[in-house]
Design a protein around this ligand. Structure first.
Ligand SMILES: Cc1ncc(C[n+]2csc(CCOP(=O)(O)OP(=O)(O)O)c2C)c(N)n1
Ligand SMILES: [Mg+2]
Length: 588
């Protein structure tokens, strides 16, 4: 029977003679740590034993990269610190891709990594490598624990660094002898400040003069629009942003990660902008002022730095000063937390609110009309009866089936772009969980594991390519073991589809190389692994499949959707099918 230890009750009893590993477990408990994902080795066994005795939500995964992806999604959905662990050497190096995702997307993680016994380091110890050097560039900090007595202090440091400033992953490197040593700790030292349990731990306001100037620029503009990025979610500012947009009748376009900054169902939502858009790029072109909020203006968001066109007036609100002027020059920089920055901007604009609201009174209807026109224009694809299934139709059925409080995790292939373009969220918030920090394929299944554990009872769908699913298929075992009942939708095109579609555009029909996958029935694979499998070959089978999946309990459902094998039809340019490219151009 697992035994929960009440840290507070024990904190008065004086000395605790415990292992370093147990001290680490106690510190994670002091920060109210949630689900944790890892794969053990000898070095961290004292931690594993404490996790068992304390009844921690600590789960074995089949690949350390999966563990980090799951922790990343857990943190994105819960707002809490994500937790993972790995053994030394290959365990540590398997973390790199996941850490890159968390680092680039500002996800707070604390990640334990075992290391060699220091009596023998650099004597060809098994699995030894310069792991801290390998991990350093993909995390906010590597904290190496050299003294067992310093575990409480350095674990506090790890949580504080992960959650403050720009959030990110922190690796705690723990030598075997530190983990296994028994030390007389002072029980009172096992505490953690609650502000560091999630991000942002601390918030700073942009300076008042810049806010006042921003208010002047907005008040003088003719057609401003808001461009929202994932920073809106990191700041927990979707309600603030929605309120602000509604108060001034300002349309909001968003990045892949920024989806849900305002609900897609809101008349002011202009959809995705950048590489793929509905009509937002046109709206940006027509705008005379852009309020860029929590957005790095990277390659995809800016259609390789062509949207917005040069010379557009831009106010940039972000908590990371280094992102200002990196890809596009800003006219004004608001350095601070998105939620507080928007609140201050609203306060500064308040005297003008009546006038501006009236001035832009037609904009919600205008934006909604553009949306309706777009839907009409692409209606044939959105409602396509084609076999194999058109991915646009698949997205229509996902929109119909996924409840308002549900999540869609997206893998790095087409799934992210189709999902980002066509998912319609029904309420503000981070309902769409792609891995845009790395755009790595393989995120879908582990991301669903993390999201399902964080979302407690809310429905989780994940959309993945067959290639990304192949990478991670072993984690179906994890999901089944944890009795998670999310739904994973495999976009089965028997191809590394994005690559094949690009080869088609670049080199012509038939000129494909190393981009085909075998025909596979992933519903059968799921069934063989003890999960629930449904194969879908016709569009009319989608709605019943989702219904069945949503009522299935106790194990994940894999819906294997056979989609087009024609590379000319794979790109999600729903409303720009006649795109012409010159050799060397990257259009998608
Ligand atoms: C780890 C990793 N390797 C390679 C890529 C490059 N890549 C982008 S999309 C894609 C195709 C993935 O195939 P699949 O998962 O089946 O998705 P599809 O595009 O076919 O929907 C690849 C290989 C990547 N994003 N991540
Ligand atoms: Mg594929």
């Amino acid at each position: 029977m697992n035994q929960h230890v009440d840290i507070k009750a024990e904190s008065d009893v004086g000395l605790l003679e415990i292992s370093g590993g147990e001290a680490i477990a106690r510190m994670i408990q002091a920060f109210d740590g949630g689900a944790m994902f890892g794969m053990g080795g000898f070095q961290l066994l004292p931690f594993y034993d404490a996790a068992r005795r304390f009844g921690m939500r600590h789960y074995l995964v089949n690949d350390e990269r999966t563990g980090i992806f799951a922790a990343d999604a857990y943190a994105k959905v819960s707002g809490q610190v994500g937790l993972a662990d790995a053994t030394l050497g290959p365990g540590a190096t398997n973390l790199v891709t996941g850490l890159m995702e968390a680092f680039n997307s500002g996800t707070p993680l604390v990640v334990l990594v075992g290391n060699t016994h220091r009596d023998h380091s650099w004597k060809n110890m098994t699995q030894e490598c310069r792991q801290t050097d390998v991990l350093r560039p993909v995390c906010k900090d590597v904290i190496r624990i050299e003294q067992v007595a310093r575990i409480p202090e350095l674990m506090r440091r790890a949580f504080a660094v992960a959650t403050s400033g720009r959030p990110g992953p922190v690796v705690v490197d723990i030598p075997e002898d530190v983990s296994h040593a028994v030390h007389p700790f002072n029980a009172a030292d096992f505490y953690g400040d609650a502000i560091y349990r999630g991000a942002p731990a601390l918030r700073a306001r942009p300076d008042g003069a810049s806010v006042a100037r921003a208010a002047e620029l907005i008040a003088a503009a003719k057609a401003p629009i808001i461009l929202a990025g994932g920073g809106v979610h990191l700041s927990g500012a979707n309600e603030q942003l929605t309120e602000f947009a509604r108060a001034y009748n300002l349309p909001v376009a968003h990045t892949l990660t920024g989806k849900g900054a305002i609900a897609c169902s809101d008349p002011l939502n202009a959809g995705l902008f950048g590489r793929y858009d509905r009509f937002a790029n046109q709206l940006i072109e027509e705008a005379d002022l852009l309020l860029v909020v929590g957005c790095k203006l990277g390659e995809i968001a800016t259609k390789r730095y062509t949207v917005p066109a040069p010379g557009k007036r831009l106010i940039h609100l972000d908590c990371v000063a280094e992102e200002f002027d990196r890809t596009m020059p800003a006219s004004l920089r608001l350095w601070g937390d998105v939620r507080l920055g928007l609140a201050d901007l609203a306060a500064a604009l308040a005297p003008e609110q009546q006038r501006l609201r009236a001035l832009w009174a037609g904009r919600p209807a205008d934006t909604a009309e553009r949306m309706a026109n777009w839907r009409r224009k692409v209606g044939a694809r959105l409602n396509s009866e084609e076999c194999p299934v058109d991915i646009a139709r698949l997205m229509t059925e996902i929109n119909a089936a996924l409840p308002a409080d549900g999540y869609l995790v997206a893998d790095g292939g087409f799934a992210a772009h189709w999902g980002g373009l066509l998912l319609d969220t029904k309420q503000p918030g981070r309902a769409f969980v792609p891995d845009r920090g790395s755009a790595s394929i393989g995120y879908g299944l582990p991301g669903a594991i993390g999201a399902a554990l964080a979302a407690a009872g809310r429905p989780v769908f994940a959309l993945t390519g067959d290639g990304g699913f192949n990478m991670m298929i072993g984690e179906l075992e994890t999901a089944r073991r944890l009795a998670l009942d999310f739904t994973i939708i495999v976009v089965n095109n028997a191809a590394s589809g994005y690559i094949k579609a690009l080869q088609h555009l670049m080199y012509g029909a038939g000129a494909y190389h190393a981009s085909d996958l075998s025909e596979t029935n992933y519903a059968d694979v799921a069934t063989a692994m003890g999960c629930h499998g449904i194969r879908v070959e016709r569009p009319d089978q989608l709605a019943p499949a989702f219904k069945e999946a949503l009522s299935h309990r106790g194990s994940p459902t894999v819906i294997d959707v056979v989609v087009t094998r024609d590379p000319a039809k794979m790109l999600p340019g729903v409303d720009s099918r006649t795109v012409k490219i010159k050799k060397g151009d990257r259009i998608a």
